[in-house]
Write a protein that binds this ligand. Structure first.
Ligand SMILES: [Zn+2]
Length: 253
């Protein structure tokens, strides 16, 4: 005995069209299904990951992702309005305004986020199931170029990066949560995400090159991997670049 076939229509707005094929974009899409199906399931069967959805409506009714779709429903699916509020799980009394975990193709973006002081967990050997688990258990926003990874049911907050270019990806992330005002440079290790702490010069004297020893007096040390940082010419170049990035985020919003 099988359930009678049902049908619902979905219309996706704005940036959610990025997940659809060209002929589908901006058009109502008919979806046939059987049995009891949630909005979340049917939306994902059409290619749109649930963490990208802002709100859902059928007529005047606002739906949650777990709502069941009825035969004949016309479901309107909206992206969230930007900038997004900071994820609540990241703000529970900790110093971090937002925390990320990045898939293993996003090493450059991870370094950029750390440069701006944000907690960006990244390892190039981490598996997809572990990424989803860490995102869920630690309240980290999952950043990825793989939209199927965002469809894992345990992922609460995540974002599919539209650009393949790390610098543009950084802009996307800063703009999505309006993070530019929260940037705290010279705070995190670019290599390993560890927090930097000030260290007296005499403690690290033997590890410094002669010219660095001569010209610089303020140093920070990664509490995890021991990397030493100072405000040399590379730091000044980074400051200029960061100021440009921050300006770009405010210009295009
Ligand atoms: Zn480190």
């Amino acid at each position: 005995m099988s359930d009678p076939p049902k049908s619902a229509t979905f219309l996706f707005y704005g940036e959610l069209n990025d997940f659809l094929s060209r002929p589908q974009r901006g058009h109502a899409i008919q979806c046939r299904f059987r049995g009891r199906q949630t909005v979340k399931h049917l939306i994902e069967s059409l290619g749109v990951p649930h963490p990208e959805v802002g709100s859902l409506r059928v007529g005047d009714r606002v739906l949650t992702l777990d709502a069941l779709v009825e035969n004949g429903d016309f479901v309107q699916v909206y992206p969230p309005s930007l900038p997004l509020p900071l994820p609540p799980s990241s703000t529970g009394g900790e110093e971090e305004p937002i925390r990320f975990v990045l898939d293993n193709h996003l090493g450059r973006l991870a370094s950029y986020l750390r440069l701006f002081g944000f907690d960006a967990l990244y390892r190039n050997d981490i598996q997809d199931n572990e990424l989803a688990k860490v995102s869920s258990e630690e309240g980290r926003v999952l950043l990825t170029r793989d939209h199927r990874l965002l469809m894992r049911s345990c992922v609460q907050t995540g974002y599919w990066l539209r650009s393949k270019l790390p610098r543009l990806q950084l802009l996307e992330v800063l703009q999505r949560w309006n993070l530019a005002p929260l940037a705290r440079p010279f705070r995190r290790c670019l290599r390993c995400n560890g927090l930097l702490k000030e260290v007296p010069k005499e403690q690290i004297l033997s590890k410094l090159q002669p010219l660095t020893r001569l010209y610089f007096d303020e140093f920070r040390l990664c509490s995890d991997c021991g990397q030493i940082y100072w405000r040399g010419s590379h730091y000044e170049r980074m400051q200029v670049w960061m100021a440009r990035v921050i300006q770009a985020t405010t210009q295009s919003t």
